[in-house]
Design a protein around this ligand. Structure first.
Ligand SMILES: Nc1nc2c([nH]c(=O)n2[C@H]2C[C@H](O)[C@@H](COP(=O)(O)OP(=O)(O)OP(=O)(O)O)O2)c(=O)[nH]1
Length: 164
């Protein structure tokens, strides 16, 4: 008998760990029907689209989901940004870590970025949920009481220890 292995689809994902000037972190609840992670909390973000860099994706997703409009200068500098770099030339955004995580149907390569709104002096940024999702600001030292996908475990620990 032929030994068939079903190749899981691989997706690149960018997410933003957004911190405000009260040292709180923005989290949303996944509420789309049929979602494999329905009900869990997450950091805003999503899948990289064709032709996009991971930073372009982060900027697009943050705008689409929580109305964060990061300056487009980050987008142009992102063309040379590779997933091995540990920072961008854009001071508000920093790549923290990349986690490969295998779900039932897909393998996600998740790029966790820290987005420090408290470093932002150029404009007022006030996130709002744009997709009807519940959205909360959570104290860093309370974040590990909440339920996130397993793939977020390490960054949650880093946040909880105030290391990022
Ligand atoms: N946004 C986000 N996704 C996460 C986190 N942790 C984690 O494992 N993921 C996974 C869940 C999903 O399989 C994948 C992101 O996909 P998504 O469904 O949010 O992407 P999307 O916004 O492009 O949505 P869609 O168009 O496919 O519905 O990454 C997280 O903290 N935030």
């Amino acid at each position: 008998m032929k030994n068939e292995t079903i190749q899981k689809k691989r997706v690149e994902v960018s997410v933003g760990i957004i911190e405000n000037d009260k040292n709180e972190i923005l989290v949303c609840r996944r509420n789309k029907k049929g979602d494999h992670l329905f009900g869990l909390l997450e950091f805003p973000g999503g899948k990289v689209e064709k032709g996009e860099t991971i930073v372009d994706c982060l900027i697009r997703e943050l705008y689409e989901e929580v109305d964060i409009n990061l300056p487009s200068s980050s987008s142009s500098s992102s063309s040379s940004f590779s997933s091995n770099d540990d920072s961008t030339s854009f001071s508000l955004i920093k790549l923290i870590e990349i986690v490969e995580f295998e779900y039932k149907d897909i393998i996600c390569n998740i790029h966790f970025f820290k987005v420090n709104l408290q470093n932002n002096t150029t404009q007022q940024i006030s996130p709002k949920p744009k997709e009807g999702q519940p959205m909360f600001w959570i104290k860093k030292n309370e974040i590990d009481y909440l339920q996130f996908p397993e793939s977020n475990k390490n960054v949650i620990e880093l946040l909880n220890q105030n290391k990022i």
